[in-house]
Design a protein around this ligand. Structure first.
Ligand code: NAD
Length: 239
């Protein structure tokens, strides 16, 4: 497939994973030298870890914030923001990434289903919305409290928690005619199942990444390559 043709009647749903930020210098979940290497997910990214060791969880996410602050959007993030600008009202981006590289590239109709590194929220789920928080905490004493008294936690969906904005995501998938999935291993659910939902409603489904994902058989097309090299110039938007 040399180009992806987007027709006037198409509605596009894009799903991205850690791979789209790899060329910005953020390690993927799977990379052997990855961010999670040396950390057991259970120790830093579960509700139980938060209850047992909030200091350890904040230390882990503070380190990720420090790493994230050095990264910049790459040509793949920029190509998606440009695509959105060409498809007003018929483009939706769902990212599993907690970095803010899509936002900084200019994407607007965007959902972070696994949360955002640069935000915090009340651990008590008291209903107050997440707040901007880019602090790198040296100790738990520095972490603020919500006005209800609860400790602030990272605005991150821990393993075992329900991803954010699922009703909206489901609606967008049902209405889409073309799903483009980029840089995700097809390992983490429910995101890995989105392609099947799209196929059920008759959409074309394209995967872009350097190797086929685990759920490769569910895609109508696979474009092998690095997102930052493949995405610029990939879309042919018909006017
Ligand atoms: P994953 O690590 O399981 O898979 C990464 C995928 O990206 C692989 O399939 C790999 O082939 C592909 N990839 C590697 N380099 C690429 C490139 N240059 N272009 C395109 N694809 C490339 O990641 P996942 O499937 O997103 O799932 C892991 C979970 O970890 C997610 O829930 C995510 O929230 C989280 N995570 C987020 C970040 C981030 O915010 N940047 C980083 C690491 C992990």
């Amino acid at each position: 497939m040399s180009q992806i043709s987007i027709k006037q009647e198409d509605r596009v749903f894009v799903l991205t994973g850690a791979g789209i930020s790899a060329e910005s210098g953020l390690p993927t979940f799977r990379a052997s030298d990855g961010l999670w290497a040396g950390f057991r997910v259970e120790d830093v990214c579960t509700p139980d870890a938060w209850r047992r060791d909030p200091a350890g969880v904040w230390a882990f996410y503070s380190a990720r914030r420090a790493q994230g602050s050095k990264a910049n959007p790459n040509p793949a993030h920029i190509a998606l923001a440009e695509l959105e600008a060409q498809l007003p009202g018929r483009y939706f981006l769902c990212t599993q990434n907690v970095d803010n590289l899509h936002d900084r590239a200019g994407s607007r109709n965007l959902v972070h289903m696994h949360g955002e590194l640069a935000k915090a929220r009340c651990e008590r789920e008291c209903g107050r919305p997440p707040v901007d928080d880019r602090a790198i905490y040296a100790s738990l004493d520095e972490v603020g409290r919500c006005s209800c008294g609860g400790r602030m936690r990272p605005h991150i969906v821990f393993f075992g928690e329900i991803p954010l904005e699922m009703p909206r995501i489901e609606r967008e998938i049902a209405e889409s005619t073309l799903m483009i999935v980029i840089g995700t291993s097809g390992n983490v659910y429910p995101a890995a199942g989105f392609v099947n939902w799209a196929r059920q409603s008759g959409a074309q489904t394209v995967y872009i990444g350097p190797e086929p994902p685990l759920n490769a058989s569910a895609f109508t097309h696979i474009v092998e390559g690095k997102a930052g090299e493949v995405l610029p110039g990939l879309f042919d938007v018909q006017s």
